[in-house]
Design a binder for this molecule. Sequence first.
Ligand code: NG6
Ligand code: CA
Length: 511
Amino acid sequence: MYLNLLNMLKYLIIICVFAWPLSLLAQNKPLSKPNIVILYVDDLGYGDLGCYGATQVHTPNVDKLAKNGLRFTDGHCTAATCTPSRFSLLTGSYAFRNEAAILPGDAPLLIRPGTPTLPAMLQQAGYNTAVIGKWHLGLGNGTINWNEPIKPGPAEVGFNYSFIIPATLDRVPTVYVENGAVVNLDPSDPITVNYNHKIGTDPTGLERPDLLKFKADTQHSNTIVDGISRIGYMSGGQAARWKDREMVDVLTQKTQQFLAQQKDKPFFLYLSYTDIHVPRDPHPRFRGATKMGSRGDAIVQMDWITGEVINMLEKQGLLKNTLVIFTSDNGPVLDDGYDDHAEELAVHHQSGGPYKGGKYSAYEAGTRVPTIVYWPGTVKPGRSRALVNQVDLFASLASLTAQELPASSAPDSFDMLDTWLGRSQRGRPTMLEESFTLALRWGNWKWIAPQEKEAPAWLKDKKIPTGLGKQGQLYNLTKDPAEQHDVSGTYPNQAKKMQDMIGQIKQRGKS
Ligand code: NG6
Ligand code: CA
């Protein structure tokens, strides 16, 4: 009798031990492997959306995501420029560890194949992965032959499918690359690219300003493609060259194709918009959508494509099982090399919201960007003030999909899943902000490290406050969110402590 009871107890325990995780799994099933979509805008500032206070531009589609999702007010990309932020997003590592800086259009791949990456981790978790849009992380191993299969590239760092522009809208080669091959390449008209000297017979902006849609500064006055002079020289590939005004529809169509093919596996889509980076030449149907010229109209175009993607997910019945993260790669910039009147037309618009600086800047608007998480039925609508950073998406999404990260991977990425999904208000205790110097957030304290090096000459000509200086600066963002009053003189110990903390982050792996 006694033995029987013991046996029964044993079975009960066995049943419980096995059934409990199974029941958890069943409960969590829709949670553990949702589709994941990162909508990554180029150069969108904190104040550029209606849901973040803009009044001169209407962004109903993104505003809807914010209204029905979780809107962060202290969400950051890791750096105030593109390549470093993208490097961090995909590797979970601060960019300075790899000296990641803005790359030319013919630079080699910055992420070494074999490096643990967010898409590779998701592949491991059973996802089909894709990147569509701007890449700007380099391609190939050295000198790229654009007329042959181009690798390593997205495929070698974890993407099953890629349809990219290699660098930026303002850099050659101005072609799409699909799964490592230039789209529409005519072998009898091979592509050559050079970032040092002119090649081929295409006119440059300096030679033929009369051919230009808008004037440009010297750096942006090399080969003219589609009426716009670019950075760098290019010859050949006439049939392959993109048309700026058609790009939004090309990217929408590619996204549609990718989504339509998804059936059995969960998918990860990194949709990397080319808006609202310069040169801003939106489709004519968006022209005049705002009174802010092409920068405002590009924001409306960006809002449109966002709405299209959400509609596609809805039509396919995927919304409830798709985690959408909408954010930007760096803060805003108005004049970035082309004479598109962005500055003079933005008189009533604060592209950085209440924050100082913008793209290239160590001040808050350099990295504090719109950040919205949308997952109907799972993420409760609301607002979060927690300090979050894109570098944590790697570890957080690994946690969501139950993947173990090897100790050596994603050294700066922390599992902040509960915060990203709004289940917790706990933010990062500390966080680096990378620009031409390093800054550290520690709660609401902000320290901008002293920097001996000066800003590049082209940046000095702009009105952007970079935050660079031989003296460090300390701000209390609770009292002074716009970083107007440097209090390092009043709190020298705090300043020293934070400078030391930057030193420690540089030394150690995990920060
Ligand atoms: C800068 C370019 C700027 C932009 C930026 C990269 C000059 C003078 N300025 O060097 O126009 O292309 O690089 O932007 O060349 S990012 O968003 O990709 O980081
Ligand atoms: Ca950018």
